[in-house]
Every structure is written in C-alpha cells, then in structure tokens.
Design a binder for this molecule. Sequence first.
Ligand SMILES: Cc1ncc(COP(=O)(O)O)c(C=O)c1O
Length: 440
Amino acid sequence: MYPKIKTSLPGPIARKIIQKDEKYMSPSYTRDYPFVMDHGKGCFVTDVDGNVFLDFAAGIAVCATGHSHPNVVKAIRDQAGRFLHMSGTDFYYDIQVRLAEELSKALPLKGRKRVFFTNSGAEAIEAAMKLARYHTMRHQFIAFFNAFHGRTLGALSLTGSKIIQKKGFYPLVPGVVHVPYAYCYRCPYNLKYDSCCLYCLKYIEDMLFLKTVDPDDVAAIFVEPIQGEGGYVVPPVEFMVGLRRICDRYGILLVCDEVQSGMGRTGRMFAVEHFGVEPDIVCLAKGIASGMPLGAIIASAEVMTWQYGSHASTFGGNPVSCAAALATVDLLNKKLMKNAEKMGAYIKKRLTSFIDKYQCVGDVRGIGLMIGVEIIKNKKSMEMAPDIRNRIINQCFKNGLLILGCGPNTIRIAPPLIVNKKEADIAIDILEKVIARERR
Ligand SMILES: Cc1ncc(COP(=O)(O)O)c(C=O)c1O
C-alpha cells in the first residue's frame, strides 16, 4: 500500500464535515491540518474522500498495534458480546484482574504491585497525585518545565508546557513547583553536557530545597522519562538516576508519567527501564489499549496504601478496554516491542543523516519509535523555527504523511509499533522531500 492523494485537501466531503465541526464542536481543539478520518488499517488511514495517508502520528502515540489490529478487534468484539460494563468499583470481573496481573508482571519493580484503572492519562495523573499525597501525608509536588501531564486541574498544575493550556484556568491545585528538565540541546542554564555536572539536579537540592521548598513537604517528583508534548526530549541516564537518589534521600516518591513513552513505544514496556531506575508509581494510558479509552497507575503494594472508599471510578477499567489492552500487551510482548526497537533505530539513523544535509534540522533524538526532529532557522543561531516546522508538517500532509509537532519547533515521529521498513522508507522519503524544499 502507498499514500495516494486524489482530491484537493480537504476534499469535498471532508470540507462539509469540517464546516459542521466548526459550528458544533468546542473551539478549544488543536487541529493542525484538515484530515477527516474514514477508516484505517495497520499504518495507513483513508480519509472520507478516499485519500490514503501513512499515519506516523498514530492518534498521538495511541494506536500502538496499528489501526484496527485483527487481534484487538476480535478481543473487543468477544468482550462486547459478553458484557459492556459492570463497574469495577463495585463488582469484580476476571478480565480486569488479568490485566492488572499482566501490567504488574511487566513493571520491573521489586515486590508485589497493585493497579488502579482510569479512563485517560490525565485521570491516571490525578490518581497518582492523590495516592502520593495520601501515602506520604505531604502536600508538595515537583514537576518540570516543558512537561505535559494533562489538562484536568490537578494534572494541569503539573503541566509546564504551554501557557495557553493554563491561561484563564487559575487558580490551579496549589503546591506545585516547576524546575528545569535536562534538555541538553537547549540547556536552560546555558551549560554543556557533561561538563555541567547535571546542574539541573543540583538546583533541586542546592537552591529549591534550601531556599523555598522544604523537602520534607514534598510528596512526589513527577517526571516523564522522555518528555513528549514538550519536544520528545531524552535526558541523560544520570538525570533519572539522580532524581531517584534525591527521592530516596528525602523520602519523596518518584512518579514516572509513561502515558506517552510507555507500552512498548521505546522498545521496552516502560521508557524508565532504559535508565535502570525503579519508579514508585507509573502512570499509563494512550497505547495501553490500542485506542480504547483506558489509563492506569501501577505502584508497589507498600505505596498503594489508600483505604477502602478513598478513590474509585465508574468507568475506569472498562471490560471492553481491558480486553483490548490484554490483546495489546500480548502483541507487544510477542513482537512489537522488538520491532519498535529495530525500526526505531533504523528511522533514527536515517533522520540523523538530515542534520548534516539540511540547515533547518538541528537535532534528532529519541528511543525506539519516539523520535523528535528539532527544526531550527540555521545551525549557527540554533533559533527555534516553529513556522518552518509547521510548514513541513502541512506539506507532509499534502504528500500523504500524517505527522504532528511537539514543543515549539519539533516534529514528532510516533508511528504504530507494527511499522515495517518499507513504510518507514516511504515516510522518511516524503519528509526528506519536504525538508529539502526548505533549504534556504
Ligand atoms: C505524558 C502525558 N501525560 C499525560 C497526558 C494526558 O493524557 P490524556 O490526554 O489521555 O488525558 C498526555 C497526553 O498527551 C501525555 O502525553
């Protein structure tokens, strides 16, 4: 299969749907270009006018097993025929417990683990915030600039990505302080890795804890092991190791937000595994159920100590979503994680060659199939170029490739984990053709 554009974009049917959308839908959504989905199969999607696109956005890193994987669809159909809902808050059902067992086994954390199910990533973050406060009986949180943890009020308080996401919504949940992340390509302290001696870590202990925040008040540090929405930023291993050390020193919980980086996308079930660090709580959503709404937190049994009635959700852990998640985990374990590692390395290598070839490609970074391409004005100034980035994304769309941005000026490459070499080559060829036109 190949991308095939046969109408102007948007086509006539898409235009009608978009017109209606503009009339009835909330104006808060962020549509970068006018793609109107009709159906999808694997890595390809077809719009309502019959145009075929290669999907390297995967519904923002959600469709881990591709669009409508037959195993996932079968699991959903089978479960839907048995029962659609039975509120895991009040009753028991096997499929939910089986998924909790699978997720517990997958997380390399010593001792017994427990799982709490939610409907979304933001809800998983809310649950982790509540659990961290409850378990430690402390109120303060530390989060990072450029972090994205969601848009509900608690999660939004931790988010430090774009001011538009917060503007007009204050006051947020009190007790959150943001500190710089290890974004070494653009060090917030203007230092160079590794002569910086990880000053971003030192700042937490030598400035924050001595001047404004008593570490004994801190319940948790929330961190994305690889920042997603903030720009697909991979920190050095010592950064995550150092955060663990700080947490251990002051009795703080380390909460890893793996909503985007988890579920096999980086070639391991959880991105934090690449850093050899054990988190106290892991938050999941997005890829967990291949597109069905589901989120979860996993914590060690010693941390998940909240009592009967203290937290619950009517829909969290919906049986149909759990069935989709079990089928997803099975596919990840059997071959997709390995494929993510292999294809990720291949795609990253090809994209990295763009740095020498094209003035506007500043940095290529990522692990597995979570790859960011940072677009700049030129190598000398390294000035961010959001306008060029946006133009590239739009031109890719016109050439049959769906990609999304992240951060102010980065392109995110997040295809389904089933992507093969031929599809990868088609996508990178389109991207290269478009980037080459920006050579000025
Ligand atoms: C790292 C991270 N955390 C949390 C969220 C929020 O997830 P949701 O949109 O499902 O609420 C997202 C969504 O993009 C995310 O990328």
